[in-house]
Design a protein around this ligand. Structure first.
Ligand code: AMP
Length: 424
């Protein structure tokens, strides 16, 4: 134990569990890479103003949850609380939108929000995200939703539900907003919520308190106010999802915590996670580029939470295969054996075998304990007598069965025992 521990609301990823985080990132990004999304990486911090404008001045993220700092040079920066604003900023800065559209990008990284920590809600968390910039096409919205659904399915998750809604556009949303405000102003609400009605009334629909929810049963719904364009767009997205076999639930009350969404809005939830049930979400954000000083650039994207996806795997009891688990563990006895086996381990690794070695000059008994603990299928044991006879003992750690193999073709024998195709 050191004097220090990880700050509140954060945790360390350590083996063996950390392998699940890598596997989740891989499973989410693989379908994106196959669909033409290119990798983008942006700084961990940006100018505060980017998030204030891009996420929304009135959102919880901007008003309460950002880690902000003033640099020695006087810059006002914030640790990134989400990915979309940064990715869009980077794409605009590099003029990617002047080339072929849509620009399709994916990213993976750490995000920071000063939230009240609880199970599934942390101050430092990890997301994989995707953004498709510069096209207004229901097939693009559908593509992104399908890619996310396929990623969850590839991971073996069965209990992820997809909630779908349309938030309208610049034509129909203002009319709906006004109708909703009229309705909300007549309710019995606290001062903060009343203030929210004037700034972002849609967010009131997302209030989790029972006292508020009970009053919202008859609230007007965006669904009943969609203009013809939005209605037809949404219908096309729904049809494409149905045709792809992606199940969803229409949720006319689904709004999201960020201000910039238009039209298609969705969230993936998992019922085994308690109150922090959202594993991922996203939608269309046609106005965001202009909000951060760029041109009109209709876009759609999502971010999936890696931490909560791992929790969902645990909740469903899904065990992911360990990609790089040790297959062969080498146990030398004596100096000459050490040199020989160290070389064999290097060779095996170069042949693509996951191999490890008993370091630290352990005795045979302790070294065999390490071999068993490593989870390897095979131990390669080399003692002094073996050396004299130019053989090594290849031991199947599950059955205890042991065979002597000639040192000359040790690598080939191990590969054969592992059912590997012939050495490269
Ligand atoms: P959001 O940008 O809020 O829509 O978040 C997208 C996804 O990131 C959510 O569905 C969560 O899986 C994850 N996420 C957001 N905030 C946190 C947090 N504080 N701790 C862990 N995961 C989070």
């Amino acid at each position: 134990m050191s004097t220090f521990s990880a700050p509140k609301g954060t945790y360390d990823l350590l083996p063996p569990e950390s392998a699940d985080f890598l596997a989740v990132r891989e499973a989410i990004s693989a379908p994106l890479r196959r669909a033409g999304y290119g990798y983008v990486e942006t700084p961990g911090f940006e100018h505060v103003e980017l998030f204030a404008r891009g996420v929304g001045e009135s959102t919880d993220i901007v008003t309460k949850e950002m880690y902000t700092l003033t640099t020695k040079g006087g810059d006002e920066l914030a640790l990134r609380p989400e990915g979309t604003a940064s990715v869009l900023r980077a794409a605009l800065q590099a003029n990617l939108h002047r080339g072929a559209l849509p620009v399709k990008l994916w990213y993976s990284g750490s995000y920071y929000r000063y939230e009240r920590p609880q199970a599934g809600r942390y101050r430092h968390f990890s997301q994989v995200g995707a953004e498709a910039l510069g096209a207004e096409d229901p097939a693009l919205d559908a593509e992104l939703v399908i890619l996310a659904a396929d990623a969850y399915r590839a991971l073996g998750l069965r209990q992820v539900r997809l909630l779908l809604n349309s938030l309208g556009d610049a034509e129909c949303r203002p009319v709906y907003r006004a109708a909703l405000q009229d309705f909300l102003r007549a309710l019995d609400l606290d001062e903060d919520t009343r203030a929210r009605i004037e700034i972002n009334p849609l967010r009131v629909l997302d209030d989790k308190r029972e006292s508020v929810r009970a009053q919202l049963t008859d609230a007007p719904l965006m669904r009943d106010h969609l203009c013809e364009g939005c209605k037809s767009y949404h219908e096309q997205v729904r049809e494409l999802l149905l045709a792809a076999g992606v199940e969803f639930e229409d949720d006319p009350r689904l709004v999201r915590g960020l201000d910039y969404y238009t039209r298609t809005t969705f969230e993936f939830v998992h019922d085994g996670l308690g109150s922090q049930s959202a594993v991922g979400g996203g939608g269309r954000y046609d106005g965001l580029a202009e909000m951060i000083g760029g041109p009109a650039l209709p876009s759609v994207g999502w971010a999936l939470g890696v931490d909560r996806t791992v929790l969902a795997l645990r909740a469903e009891g899904v065990e992911l295969p360990r990609a790089d688990a040790t297959e062969v563990f080498a146990v030398p006895v004596g100096e000459d054996a050490r040199r020989t086996l160290f070389h064999t381990v290097t060779e095996l690794r170069r042949q693509g075998v996951a191999a490890d070695f008993a370091y630290g000059g352990k005795g045979l008994k302790n070294a065999m304990k390490s071999a068993n603990r490593s989870g390897a299928a095979l131990a390669l044991v080399l003692g002094e007598r073996d050396l004299a006879e130019r053989v090594a003992q290849l031991k199947d750690l599950a059955t205890g069965e042991q065979v002597a193999v000639p040192l000359e073709n040790l690598t080939t024998e191990v590969l054969a025992k592992l059912n590997r195709p012939t050495a490269r």
